[in-house]
Design a protein around this ligand. Structure first.
Ligand SMILES: Nc1ncnc2c1ncn2[C@@H]1O[C@H](COP(=O)(O)OP(=O)(O)OP(=O)(O)O)[C@@H](O)[C@H]1O
Ligand SMILES: [Mg+2]
Length: 260
């Protein structure tokens, strides 16, 4: 990833407090096109809060967000979507009793010239986008509650990219999945990368992270310990960042590095 390119997203010096607690404390991270950046850290490190600021779910107390090099105004989820930023939460937020096409267009249904639901067009689009993500998927006529965990995940991702997401945030996408389904989500992520989408991936699984991510940013107590290319650090060094806040030589230290 060339450092000469403009990042898709740059989060610079972001802070937010709840009561007296600095949930995120002057944290910075960036993300390039076609790149996966994993956010790592213990429970309560501030990962979800940090990305909720990017998705517009929380309003930051300080710091700036840049999208394609331009300062972005993100104060709510609608603002974020306007910049092509979509979030896939662990709960997926699918409507269980309706089919894939209905989920993809939930709240943004296509209508015919007569104002009725255009089920034909929605199913055709659903087949197109799912065909890109998960070519083997054929269960278009079934309610999504009948689908496997991995298939449900692909529906949630399809919904995000259908509306031209360029930046995808995935918070623990595989936490509730078995090994096979986790592998399927890994394939989805590779497909999205190939399409040029940038992904912030929150995960507790360091092996998954080394398989899927280009870079890792580690947080501890709301601060960034450091950021590194996965090729420049070992798994043990990353564990040292997570547990001890110790930034290895292959990483760029952040304000939370204990040894800087
Ligand atoms: N809405 C909120 N109100 C008060 N405190 C909050 C709120 N959201 C997060 N926090 C606090 O902010 C800190 C960071 O939490 P956050 O959920 O971002 O951590 P995390 O790294 O995502 O952890 P996990 O791995 O458990 O998901 C924690 O101390 C948490 O209790
Ligand atoms: Mg979290």
């Amino acid at each position: 990833m060339s450092s000469l390119k403009t990042p898709l997203v740059e989060m610079r010096d972001i802070s937010i407090s709840f009561g007296g607690i600095h949930a995120v404390d002057h944290a910075s991270a960036d993300l390039y096109q076609g790149e996966v950046v994993a956010l790592l850290g213990h429970n309560g490190a501030g990962k979800s809060t940090f990305i909720k600021i990017l998705s517009g779910a929380y309003k930051r107390d300080g710091g700036k967000i840049f999208v394609n090099g331009q300062e972005a105004t993100i104060n709510n989820p609608r603002d974020a979507k306007g910049y092509g930023i979509e979030t896939i939460y662990q709960t997926l937020a699918l409507a269980d009793n309706v089919d894939t096409a209905a989920n993809l267009y939930l709240g943004r249904e296509l209508r015919t010239a007569w104002g009725t639901l255009d089920d034909v067009a929605m199913e055709a689009e659903a087949r197109k986008v799912m065909g890109r993500l998960n070519p083997r998927f054929q269960r278009f006529k079934e309610p999504v509650k009948a689908l496997s965990g991995g298939q449900r995940q692909s529906v949630a991702i399809a919904r995000a990219i259908l509306f031209n997401a360029r930046i995808l945030i995935m918070d623990e996408p595989t936490a509730a999945l078995g090994p096979q389904e986790t592998a399927q989500v890994g394939e989805l992520i590779k497909q999205l990368k190939a399409d040029g989408i940038g992904i912030f991936l929150i995960s507790h699984d360091i092996h998954d992270v080394f398989d899927l991510a280009d870079r890792v940013t580690v947080m501890k107590n709301g601060q960034v310990v450091g950021t590194a290319h996965v090729n420049d650090v070992t798994k043990d060094e990353v564990l040292g960042m997570i547990i001890l806040g110790k930034c290895p030589p292959g990483a760029i230290p952040g304000p939370g590095a204990s040894n800087s």
